[in-house]
Design a protein around this ligand. Sequence first.
Ligand code: NAD
Length: 488
Amino acid sequence: MTLDLKMFIDGKWTEAESGARYSLPNPATEATMGSAPDGQVADLRRAIDAARRAFDEGPWRRIDARDRGRLLHQLADGIERRKEEFRQLLIGGHGAEFITHPIQLDKPIDLLRNYAELATRFEFERPLPHTTSVTAAGEQLVSSVAYRQPVGVCGLIPTWNFPLFVTAQKIGPALATGCTMVIKPSPYGPLVDLLLAEVVEELDLPAGVFNVVTGQSPDLGSELSSHPAVDKISFTGSVGTGKRVMEAASRTLKRIHLELGGKSAQIILDDFDLDAGALSAAAPSYFHAGQGCAMTTRVLIGRERHDALLERMQNFVENVVRVGDPADPGVFLGPVIREERRQAIEGYIATGREEGATLVTGGGRPEGLEKGYFVEPTIFGNVSNLMRIAREEIFGPVVSVIPFDDEADAIRIANESSFGLYGGILTRDVKKGLAMAKQIRSGGVGINNASNLLYAPFGGFKESGIGRENHVWGMEEFTELQAISWPA
Ligand code: NAD
């Protein structure tokens, strides 16, 4: 499959004004799997103008919310119809292993359907208790409502690791609330959003509501974040870029929503079976080659069981985890997205060795895979939480196992991080797990690997971000609250 798609601006397919395109490699084979326009700031400005016009002058934000809901269902239907094309693109362009497809492919459809329902059920208007106000004529009784307007023109910057999922988290509430949008996909993976635009084109959506501008230049992101005609930025990416977005957005006090990185801890309590613990600790950390914001890449284990856990994790990694091209449904771990990202991961592996952590397995490039950006699944043991490999996000298949003294120490270590995105607790005592979860300073905690990616709020404490995605929390992010009062 090769795909050569155009950008979608103001309801029309378009090349970059410069005519430039760039090609995209399959990270498992390095073969070209398609190309996209290499848009520049001028192209982005055309899209922002179109979105501004569609918001200010078009019918979109004024139509009945039930119609927006119908349209979101049609969008979900359209993705479902073209699911196999999306699947091939996710495999070929993003190294998406089959085990990730329930999140890569099915969940985005669920998310859009949930936002379709919310378009009609969400409390856009809440009546408030009567009160009195004083006017020149004297005191009067007042009725009021709190009304939620769409926030306006949204700059959406999703990322490449779960591209359809992350885009759905943003366009779902943006469309449901009546916003207009300019999507600027990651330069690593723009084709998913362009294919999505093909689905959108078939809907009865006014021109300018949904725009996609692709390109390699970081200027696109900074222009979108600072442009005065953009009311809100919803960004998913690294902490460093998130800070730049916040700074640029501050010039016009834009609403910002930042979904950033993580270094989450999986705490294995003493009552949890070690064999199951090894699987539950290693498998989630290697999901999508560790390229996920919520991966539990710090594994915390009682000091006495540390060596026994390492032995079992090593056995799992060396005998069960199959590394290879994700086009093969039996592959557990595919490549990382690009060569420069592989080199950054290898840099962290070298740092871990220098810092004195024990390299238990992996650390190199897998044998027999000469092409593709593969990294061996890697385990470090005897890691101190102060080491760089425990403090910084590696975004690759590298796990750090850290010993703790007791449960209080485990919570202390889990919280000793500039991140606060996610976390896990493995225990046979769910009640105890719940009590511990409430002491962990992160946006989410999964007990025994349970997760809710549809209805639960998703987002970070501390430097993992600002704001929450999914369900009503996502709806709220895409609205502005307005108070309207009148004499009762
Ligand atoms: P990144 O920060 O390198 O890039 C993100 C996007 O920002 C890209 O589209 C890039 O072109 C753009 N960009 C570059 N410079 C910019 C600027 N000055 N202003 C605005 N945009 C600019 O991150 P990435 O490699 O795409 O994604 C990986 C990161 O995303 C990891 O840290 C991961 O944890 C995080 N992530 C978070 C979530 C979440 O929901 N919290 C989900 C997935 C990934």
